[in-house]
Design a protein around this ligand. Structure first.
Ligand code: NAD
Length: 338
């Protein structure tokens, strides 16, 4: 099993700053004594006809085999006739949930203290079904698809995540007052699942009010679960509340426990190759991966080291107003490990 002995995981170092922050993560894992064997995967340079994408069949098979992976940021190739990287990964690996914890790092001042919430976004349907057509010139129909299957699956994931992670409340975010049938079905599924989790408080918040509440009183929230579009917007809003995309980890969940953790930020071409990147988001993502496979102690060890380096303030990278290099930051984290 994962929790004892050596385990394998897929690693996509990615592009731009990806290889630098992936290298820092690998060294920190080694220093922390995490017995991982990384299966490093590089995305193809030309489309693979077997996947109709730059993602190769071997890339996908690696994640399917190991069931867990860590992904650095990737340049989105602009081209017609084949699928985007993220869409291919999401569809082929059936990554139905996107999970993003948002919490303040002590000592790194943002507008609010004590934010500690998690957004759970449905990742496969809703407004992103890709079903759009022009009915007559000047009139476009875009279909939002909500199914019982996907809604129950995401609700079940959110409640199980809450319970496993010692959280107390799940808020379903919706617009069922207007989208009575679509968001109504989403809520119906959330309510059904909520009855099985009497230890977890359940509430429903209309999306516009949720935005207002998040920017004026964010500490009231714990776990938020929502359809695709609301999740896309609200998860970025929450990242902004705690210091920006450079600090925010995420994990994509598939069926049978498959999980692909990834930093939320992009390839940062402006600082790539300059030893300036902040590896925090990828490191915190790697900690989510460790927790997912039951290695909580190792996750806490690395996460606490990262947080205390930032809190102390001596070795902060430029994005956090400091002068430390990626290498300085990595060394400081290693010094804090138990
Ligand atoms: P970006 O996140 O790469 O950069 C935005 C700003 O944030 C830049 O100033 C950058 O220097 C800074 N930044 C981001 N991550 C940082 C880090 N870890 N440490 C320090 N500073 C950091 O966004 P962008 O410029 O819009 O996108 C660049 C490329 O990344 C594009 O090709 C885009 O398609 C791709 N992208 C990929 C992903 C992904 O793979 N998940 C996500 C977003 C963007």
């Amino acid at each position: 099993g994962y929790a004892t002995g050596t385990f394998e995981a897929t690693l996509f170092p990615g592009d731009g700053i990806g290889p630098e922050i992936a290298a820092a993560t690998k060294e920190i894992f080694q220093a922390a004594g995490v017995p991982v064997v990384w299966d490093e995967q590089v995305i193809g340079k030309t489309p693979d006809p077997r996947t109709n994408s730059m993602v190769t069949r071997e890339n996908l098979d690696s994640v399917l085999k190991h069931k867990i992976g860590l992904k650095g940021p990737m340049t989105t190739p602009i081209g017609k006739g084949f699928r985007s990287l993220n869409l291919t990964l999401r569809k082929e690996l059936d990554l139905y949930a996107n999970v993003r914890p948002c919490f303040n790092i002590p000592g790194y001042k943002t507008r609010y203290d004590n934010i500690n919430l998690v957004t759970v976004r449905e990742n496969t349907e809703g407004e992103y079904s890709g079903l759009e057509h022009e009915v007559v010139p000047g009139v476009v129909e875009s279909l939002k698809v909500i199914t019982r299957k996907a809604s129950s699956r995401i609700a079940e994931f959110a409640f199980a995540y809450a319970r496993e992670n010692g959280r107390h409340k799940v808020s379903a975010v919706h617009k069922a007052n207007i989208m009575k049938k679509a968001d109504g079905l989403f809520l119906e599924c959330c309510r059904e699942v909520a009855t099985k989790y009497s230890d977890i408080k359940y509430e429903e918040v209309i999306v516009d009010n949720a935005c207002m509440q998040l920017v004026s009183n964010p500490t009231q929230f714990d776990v938020l679960v929502m359809p695709n579009l609301y999740g896309d917007i609200i998860s970025d809003l929450c990242a902004g509340l705690v210091g920006g995309l450079g600090l925010t980890p995420s994990m994509n969940i598939g069926v049978n426990g498959l999980a692909l953790a990834e930093a939320v930020h992009g390839t940062a071409p402006d600082i790539a190759g300059k030893d300036k990147a902040n590896p925090t988001a990828l490191l915190l993502s790697s900690c989510m991966m460790l927790r997912h496979i039951g290695r909580k102690d190792q996750a806490e060890n690395i996460q606490n080291a990262v947080i205390s380096v930032i809190a102390e303030g001596k070795w902060r990278t430029a994005d956090l107003g400091g002068r430390a290099t990626t290498t300085d930051f990595k060394k400081a984290v290693i010094d804090k490990l138990h």
